[in-house]
Each structure stands twice: as C-alpha cells, then as structure tokens.
Design a protein around this ligand. Structure first.
Ligand code: GUN
Ligand code: FE
Length: 425
C-alpha cells in the first residue's frame, strides 16, 4: 500500500465554483497516490483496505494558496505600516533585504519564515526572495525540506535603489540569475520563477535579457503591477514608450501567454486595456487586501476581475501584509470589497464568503495545476481544523463553521496538514 493513499473522515467543505461551496457532514475524502478520488457519504468498499484517519467532528478543507509573499520581509513585518509604497520600500524594505547578503543572517531569518509557513494554513506559495543568489538557494533548500510546494524567485533589481540590495548592472543580474537556476535544478517541490521586482527596479537592458531567458527556458514569471498611483506615474516616466504599466512588461515578453505563466500582484489601478490584456494572456492577479490597506494602495476591483473571467487568487504580500494566514486574507478581501462598494463604486457588489474561499483555494491553486479542490483528480492538499473552541449551545452547520473559520481561525486550530497526499503536520 502506498503511503500517499488513505482516507480522511470528517466534516468536509470545498468549492464547486466561484459562487458555491459544497459541505458534507461526517464524510469520507479518499486520497489515491496523492490525488483526490472524491468525497463520499459512505466509504465505497473498494477503499476498505486504505488506512483511515478519523477526524470526526473536525473540519477538513483544501489547503490554502498564497500567490504572493516576500520571504525575506517576514521578520520585518508590521514595521513602517504608516507609510505608502515607495517610501516604505526605500526606508524599510530595501535596507532589510540588503542584510540577506550575509548567509548566516539569511539562514536564521529564513528558518523562522519556513517554520511558520509550514505550521500555517498555506500548503502552496509563490514567493519572492531577495537579489542574493546564495541566500535564495538556502531559502529553497529549507522550503524543499518543509514539504510545502512553492515557486521561489531570486529577485532582479538593477536600478533605483540606494541600498546594496540592488545589483550592480544588468549583466551581473543575469549572470546571477543563471547561476541561481543552475543551483536549484535538483529540487522537486521548489521551483524557480523569474522575478523582476517591478518596472522601476529593472533597466530596459535587464528586462530584455530576462525576456530572452524566459523564452529560452519557458520559466514562469511573477512581479508587481499597478499597485500605487505614484508607482504608476513613475513607470510612465521610466518607460515613456509604454501605453500603460502592463504594456511595459509585455514589451519584453514578460506578460503571460501559453509558455509564460505569469502572476502580477495587486492590479489595484489597472486601466481597461491592461485588464483586457491580462484576460487575453491568462495573467493571474494576486489580490493582496491587507497589503493594499496597510500601504493605502486602494482596493482592487476583484468583482470585476471575476465577472471578466480573469484568473485571480489571494496573496498575503508579507510584509506589505503582516499576516501569513490566508483565512485572514479571505476575511479582509470581503471587508475591503464592502468599503469599496460603499465608498467608491456601487456597481461592483462586495465579495461573498464563497467567493473569497474559492479565491484562496481553487483560484490561486490553478497556478499549480489541478489544486485547491477535493473533486476527483485534484492533488490532495488538505487542512484539518479543530474548531471545538467555537462550539456554543447552538449546533452550527458545516457551512457556518467554515464561515467562522474564515474570520476566527487561529494557527493552533490546525490539527493536520497534507500537501499532494503527504502529511506535514
Ligand atoms: N513593489 C516592488 N517591490 C515591492 C514589495 O516588496 N512589496 C510590495 N508590496 N510592492 C512592491
Ligand atoms: Fe509584493
């Protein structure tokens, strides 16, 4: 019998569509070779021989996916949260990231991050490291060992930064990127993703080189897009030839398409043409509500993205955001969408609990393939949550308990965690 085949028993919940979740009280979730074989009210006889892990009375939901976070910023989180983006980057972020030139420092800081991520509700994540090749490889080693499944990017940045986090020039940045790619080829669960920090950090020469490297190696790409008004104006000055911010990435061939899976964080202020191009190219939006509130960036029109059929997931954006918990990101996504609806635009209805749960599971999960659901064929990422501390005299439905977890879950509620059929906790 394979160790990645087993049955979980408990109160199940997962998304059927962006607007609907399915719940099953006291059901069976079958995992065969790391993938879901479905959920059942009664366990079919053919699975009688599989080991049964009995989590009766506990909630079982798909693992949560963090589409955008900065690993090196974790130990600096919650600092400078009274600033806006560009000041926060130059006063806090860049000086903090410069410290990762020191491998001892990086090892200690990344140990904290990886340990907390392993114990969090996150099963998969797309992470920025820093510009330092060796520290990035160290982070990837630690993540590989953790059992989590991640994409990690060595950051490219060769302009507009006073701190030594900036690379010398485009040639050095590209050389280091190739050295990093060579160094991480043996990892199984930890994949490289090209990571030009954002347009203001990368010269045209560097972007040209990264575009060529992307086409040569068919690597995925992650970056930031239309997060803040001052940032957007700066991009227009730096790339006067660009029609809009997203066009500046597209000009270098780093904006989605079949051979270039791309995640763009934020998209708070994307103009119509940018939204249209993201849709055409299948670019994923990483919606980061806590970060967008902390840095006063604004509120992304996520309802609009969903109506258009764009691909959207959630990000913690540590340390623009302070909370690793993707349940917190779900709650905040609802909260900020309600403020946007009340204060900015009544034509876009607030997000629902079902929608944000979908964003944090299937929405982000689909960047990794068939991930984020318990439907047959999906890779089996699951969280077992003990919510008995919330049980009152009233008996809640499984659906009500899931809603409460979105707002009230704490790390300690996590009883067990599975990634692609492998138990981590
Ligand atoms: N834009 C460029 N770099 C960053 C970063 O580290 N965090 C956020 N939120 N936005 C960015
Ligand atoms: Fe970010």
């Amino acid at each position: 019998m394979k160790t990645t085949s087993f049955v979980l028993r408990g109160d199940l919940a997962y998304s059927l569509s962006p607007t609907q979740w399915r719940t099953m009280s006291n059901g069976f979730l079958v995992c065969v070779d790391g993938r879901s074989a479905g959920v059942f009210e009664q366990l079919p006889e053919r699975y009688d021989d599989l080991p049964l892990l009995d989590f009766s009375g506990k909630l079982i939901v798909p693992g949560l996916v963090d589409l955008h976070a900065h690993a090196p910023q974790y130990t600096y989180r919650a600092l400078g949260m009274d600033l806006e983006l560009l000041d926060w980057l130059s006063l806090h972020t860049f000086p903090a990231e410069a410290r990762y030139a020191d491998l001892n420092f990086a090892g200690a800081a990344y140990d904290r991050f990886v340990d907390d991520l392993r114990k969090s509700f996150t099963t998969r994540a797309c992470l920025f490291a820093t510009s330092h090749t060796d520290a990035t490889l160290l982070l990837m080693e630690k993540l590989e060992e953790s059992g989590l499944i991640t994409y990690v990017g060595k950051v490219n940045m060769d302009r507009n930064c006073d701190s030594p986090a900036r690379e010398e020039n485009a040639v050095r940045s590209l050389q280091e990127t190739v050295r990093w790619l060579d160094g991480c080829s043996s990892f199984r669960r930890t994949s490289p993703i090209l990571t030009p920090r954002f347009i203001p950090s990368c010269t045209d020469e560097l972007m040209e080189d990264l575009g060529a490297l992307q086409r040569e190696r068919k690597l995925p790409v992650q970056s930031h897009l239309s997060e803040n008004q001052s940032e957007i104006e700066w991009v227009q000055q730096l790339c006067p030839w660009s029609k809009y911010y997203g066009d500046a990435y597209d000009h270098f061939g780093l904006f989605g398409g079949a051979d270039c899976p791309t995640i763009m964080a934020h998209c708070v202020h994307s103009p119509e043409e940018e939204i249209a191009l993201m849709k055409e190219r299948g670019v994923f939006v990483a919606h980061c509500p806590e970060s967008n509130a902390n840095l006063a960036s604004g509120v992304a029109p996520v309802r609009r993205f969903l109506e258009e059929g764009l691909r959207v997931g959630l990000g913690s954006d540590i340390a623009g955001g302070t909370q690793l918990s993707l349940f917190k990101a779900m709650a905040l996504a609802v909260q900020v969408s309600k403020l946007r609806w009340r204060l900015v635009d009544q034509s876009l209805a607030p997000l629902t609990a079902a929608e944000v749960f979908w964003l944090g599971t299937v929405g982000g999960g689909s960047f990794f393939g068939q991930v984020g659901s318990f439907a047959p064929g999906y890779e089996l990422d699951a969280l077992v949550l003990d919510d008995t501390r919330l049980a009152g005299p009233h008996r809640h439905t499984v659906s009500e308990r899931l809603e409460q977890m979105i707002y009230l879950s704490e790390d300690a509620d996590l009883t067990a965690k599975f990634v692609a059929g492998r138990r981590l906790l």
